[in-house]
Design a protein around this ligand. Structure first.
Ligand code: HEM
Length: 356
């Protein structure tokens, strides 16, 4: 075995000459091809890590050891996205005029057609409803496959991933099994324990608002009429978030609140780390998107993209995507630790009362 054989370097290094029939690329075009290929290689690894994380998270019971492994997968992906967010800088060593010298050769091809990015979005759980203009990438891929522009195998793989449970789906299932005040979903009194917990939490939010309004009006910062409706909008938001149409508590969301509120408890230390990793993952992906948009703005200004989108405006709009929405939303609804409802069954979470 040699270095070159192990890495299949002769194959890898023979793939930068541009599509068949093209003259050998200029220095700038070669750079353009290499940077794209490097991104796609990283996408391949991201996809693998996310799939592994999903399989581990998708089990009915997940031990701490496995949570640790999921954390490892997600941390690697976030690190790759951070790296990729910086990699756009290499592209910026090319001037807009240099890019224009070969842009026409791209025709209508565009990063838009990167099926690996679409697979990453599907694995994570981005729904079509949340995409710009309700875009349907699967339909687009089908069209490309029907026209013989991508292989059927690629389309089938995108289809498989798009129709499987996503990372967000398995995360929600896992959250819904969170022991709340020591109560588990199968316990007879669970529904009562969970709804009492949520009512206590909302009461605590209300109390925090009352204290704040009293303070702000006493020091003359704002009038009660200005302040109270804005703050109490969060109470309405909390009710909409935690309760479904039948007024039942959504247990996954109660579980999420519980882990975020009592994250100092030993039993919750891996779960809270895991939730932080999901936020980190999404944040790093958003920064990757937004840095792409800045590079594109510098390169082509406000031209439309080769794929036919509005260009920078489209790319900026994708930076507002949120997949793990609950994880973002819960942040508005937390109260400080000293105001959280008193914890019952504290032993369950591994702290004896006198150690707190
Ligand atoms: C000169 C460099 C580049 C320019 C001017 C550029 C421009 C654009 C534009 C305008 C779009 C929107 C779709 C369209 O209408 O075409 C787009 C999408 C995209 N580009 Fe780039 N790009 C560049 C480099 C890259 C590189 C190096 C990658 C790495 C793989 C990349 C990956 C993507 C992806 C994945 C999308 C789809 C984004 C989405 O739909 O969320 N681009 N690009």
């Amino acid at each position: 075995m040699t270095y070159g054989n192990y890495l299949r370097l002769p194959d890898l290094l023979s793939l930068q000459s541009g599509p068949e029939g093209y003259a050998p690329p200029s220095n700038h075009e070669m750079h353009f091809i290499v940077v794209h290929q490097a991104f796609e290689l990283w996408f391949k690894l991201i996809l693998r890590e996310l799939e592994e994380a999903k399989v581990k998270m998708g089990q009915n019971e997940i031990g701490e050891e496995e949570i640790r492994l999921v954390v490892q997968h997600l941390e690697r992906v976030s690190e790759i996205f951070r790296l990729l967010a910086q990699q756009w800088k290499v592209m910026e060593t090319m001037s807009p005029i240099d890019f224009l010298s070969f842009r026409d050769r791209l025709g209508t091809s565009s990063g838009f057609e990167s099926w690996q990015l679409r697979q990453i979005e599907f694995v994570m759980g981005l729904s079509n409803d949340d995409r710009v203009g309700g875009m349907n990438p699967l339909e687009h891929m089908k069209k490309l496959s029907d026209e013989g522009k991508i292989s059927r195998d690629i389309y089938n793989e995108v289809h498989r991933i798009a129709s499987s449970a996503s990372l967000n789906d398995v995360l929600q299932d896992w959250l819904s099994r969170t022991p709340i005040h020591g109560s588990q979903p199968f316990d007879a009194e669970d529904a009562n324990v969970v709804s009492t917990y949520i009512e206590q939490h909302i009461a605590s939010m209300q109390n925090q608002i009352d204290v704040y309004v009293h303070h702000a009006t006493t020091i003359g910062h704002m009038s009660e009429e200005q302040l109270r409706p804005r703050l109490e909008a969060n109470i309405t938001a909390a009710r909409e978030f935690f309760f479904d149409e039948k007024n039942n508590v959504q247990r996954n969301r109660a579980g999420l609140l519980f882990i975020e509120s009592y994250r100092h408890l030993p039993l919750l230390s891996w779960p809270q780390r895991l939730l932080d990793c999901f936020i980190e993952l999404e944040e790093s992906m958003l920064l990757f998107r937004s840095h792409h948009a800045r590079m594109v703005e510098r390169m082509i200004g406000r031209r439309i993209g080769t794929g036919g989108s509005s260009g920078v405006d489209y790319l900026d709009a994708t930076s507002s995507y949120r997949i793990f929405k609950d994880l973002w939303n819960i942040r508005t609804l937390l109260v400080k630790q000293s105001a959280t409802p008193t914890l019952a069954n504290i032993e369950y979470y591994d702290f004896s009362k006198n150690r707190i």
